[in-house]
Design a binder for this molecule. Structure first.
Ligand code: CP
Ligand code: NVA
Length: 304
């Protein structure tokens, strides 16, 4: 049973095929065309954390493809505390054709996939955000014509979004650089997994944002405090301050580079208004691409 749990499980051919199909679905939508391969299918969305883009783009995407989506706040249905994850997975598999999960722990996604009998899609965990990385890769490809050989500089925390993008870049031949404060690098568990499943060559980590952006094709940032880390917010605000994506830092990057952010943006923290609204920013195209890549994922996992 195929799932999308973590991009690290997917070979380059699958990622490329998903991007190709997403581009076709995007063009089809622009033309006003519509195919409905999910007719009769029901997709459950179970979210433990807030979401705008993931929830809305999945619900819209399922509707475009002719299916039905049902949204459940994780706490209301007792995910993780009212019964075992195995029993949750076995039960929900009897009702749904696929399940999209947004959870605090990657282990929750993995356990539900292991014990259930329908495809599981990870809509963000503490360790990964594969749907986001697919949208990021599509956005990079649209802007540069290719992903291979490009340099993606992620200025910020070595978090879920950064980990998935680092994997996606390596799978498709782009260089990934993480520019972060000491103590916020990728952890050993991720690097070990990366080395065994993706590449001997690890993503580059720098602690000087100016040096990092000099050769960037893409400069990417995300919030400094991810959902679930709220207790660390004050400390993070201080540590990450020198890593703010502002016009001064952007002046050190090539003029041709593009700015990406998975959103939501904390304007005035990790990114300033002039950068997120500036001419190099493609963040809303990137947000739109969530819809197209997820439709490709749904088709791949569900369409006959
Ligand atoms: N980028 C992203 O996943 O946005 P949401 O948290 O709003 O879903
Ligand atoms: N790293 C952020 C991404 C939000 C889409 C978080 O996990 O909160």
């Amino acid at each position: 049973m195929p799932h999308l749990l973590n991009l690290i499980d997917q070979p380059p051919e699958t990622i490329r095929a998903l991007l190709d199909r997403a581009a076709e679905l995007k063009a089809e939508r622009r033309r006003g065309g519509r195919s409905t391969p999910l007719t009769g299918k029901v997709v459950g969305l179970v979210f433990e954390k807030p979401s705008l883009r993931t929830r809305m783009s999945f619900e819209a995407g399922v509707a475009h493809l002719g299916g039905t989506s049902l949204f459940f706040p994780g706490n209301e249905i007792g995910l993780g505390w009212r019964e075992t994850l195995a029993d949750f997975a076995r039960t929900t598999s009897r009702f749904l054709d696929a399940i999209v999960l947004r959870v605090y722990r990657q282990e929750t996604v993995d356990a539900i996939a292991q014990h259930g009998s329908v495809p599981v899609i990870n809509g963000l965990s503490d360790r990964s955000h594969p749907c986001q990385a697919l949208a990021d890769l599509l956005t990079i490809r649209e802007n540069f014509g290719a992903i291979e050989g490009k340099t993606v500089v992620f200025v910020g925390d070595g978090n879920n979004v950064a980990m998935s993008l680092a994997v996606g870049c390596a799978r498709l031949g782009a260089k990934f650089v993480l520019a972060c404060p000491t103590g916020y690098t990728f952890d050993d568990a991720f690097l070990k997994n990366f080395q065994s499943k993706v590449s001997e060559e690890l993503p580059v980590t720098l602690h000087d944002p100016v040096a990092a952006v000099k050769s960037a094709d893409v400069v990417y940032t995300d919030v400094w405090t991810s959902m679930g880390q709220e207790a660390e917010r004050e400390e993070r605000l201080q540590k990450f301050a020198p890593f703010q994506l502002n016009s001064k830092l952007m002046a050190e990057a090539p003029k041709s580079c593009k700015v990406l952010h998975c959103l939501p943006a904390h304007r005035g923290e990790e990114i300033t208004d002039e950068v997120v609204d500036g001419p190099q920013s493609v963040v809303f195209d990137q947000a739109e691409n969530r819809l197209h890549v997820q439709k490709a994922v749904l088709e791949w996992l569900l369409a006959k």
